[in-house]
Design a protein around this ligand. Structure first.
Ligand code: SF4
Length: 305
């Protein structure tokens, strides 16, 4: 059994819609983040080192077209990939001059093999100009997703990890994204400092209550060059265990409605040499196997009840 036997995965959704497997191309847009450039803060989130999002073989200074070409070549060495989504992942990819954002989005959609884009960003970076632009791109027939990093619905946690935004700001962004009829995937992190299982599941429930189309789960990675790494070295933070991650995420997945697409149940860091802990996050497959086993148990219990 695979994850898509229990939930609707993003891969499954795309295959049903486009008739074949669609792959994501990670792109670096050379944008920044208000939590780093001084408009909200300068240190960024305590766990953030954006280098950890970007694969080693990619040149962050290359143009969008060059990055796409390089990424497609890499993917086609390993897969039969023919169609792709441009994925603007690192930093806040709706933050910046609207003409620049238009230029990079349009450039990413030029190759015939790119069928749409996924734009990673923060709740406080959703301007009406960006929404209008993404709406126009969607109306041209492209697949468009906004991936909003919330991480936790608890303001106390958001403050502890120096997110620089609140849950209310997330709710406001969700409302406006929904009005623009753009698909929204929210990112949640399991293992944030000070959070237990009930807080993590409460965040997940609150996100579901907002009516999002997708959810993406991550364990909290401790990567080099972050405040979290210093807290961990000083014994002020203990990472989530593999068992707890599997337990919490599978409980959430078992109760996720079929219409909510699971974009990811487990993530690894793109640059493994930056990872300090927890080392079980280096390999996603044992975690996926554990999650699938727990989902099978939950399904069995449901049918025998
Ligand atoms: S919002 Fe994203 S890019 Fe900005 S500091 Fe936090 S994790 Fe890093």
């Amino acid at each position: 059994m695979a994850l898509n036997d229990y939930v609707t995965t993003f891969g499954q959704y795309l295959k049903a819609k486009y008739g074949e497997k669609i792959y994501k191309l990670s792109l670096h847009a050379n944008v920044t983040c208000p939590n780093r450039d001084g408009s909200k803060g300068i240190g960024g989130c305590t766990f953030c080192n954006n280098k950890s999002f970007f694969p080693n073989h990619m040149n962050a200074n290359a143009s969008i077209s060059e990055q796409i070409e390089c990424n497609v070549v890499q993917l086609q060495k390993k897969t039969q990939a023919k169609k792709f989504l441009a994925y603007f992942q690192a930093y806040s990819n709706t933050y910046g001059d609207i003409e620049y954002l238009k230029k990079i989005y349009v450039e990413s959609l030029k190759p015939d093999c790119v069928i749409g884009l996924c734009v990673g960003t923060r709740p406080d970076c959703i301007s009406n100009d960006v929404l209008n632009l993404l709406q126009k791109i969607k109306d041209l027939g492209f697949e468009v997703w906004i991936e909003l990093g919330l991480q936790s619905a608890h303001d106390v946690t958001l403050e502890r990890v120096n997110r620089g935004h609140t849950f209310v700001e997330y709710q406001d962004a969700v409302r406006r994204i929904k009005n623009a009829k753009i698909n929204l995937c929210t990112h949640l992190i399991a293992g944030l400092p000070g959070e237990n299982k009930s807080m993590i599941l409460d965040s997940w429930q609150q996100v579901l209550n907002e009516g999002v189309q997708g959810i993406k789960w991550h364990p909290l990675h401790i990567v080099k060059g972050t405040q979290l790494a210093r807290q961990w070295r000083q014994g002020e933070y203990q990472p989530i265990t593999q068992e707890d991650y599997i337990d919490i995420v599978s409980d959430a997945l078992a109760a996720t409605p079929a219409e909510v697409i699971v974009h990811r149940a487990m993530s690894t860091v793109a640059q493994k040499q930056l990872l300090l802990a927890p080392h079980w996050t280096e390999n996603r497959w044992p975690i996926m196997t554990g999650i699938e086993a727990k989902l099978a148990q939950a399904k069995q219990l449901k049918t025998s009840a």
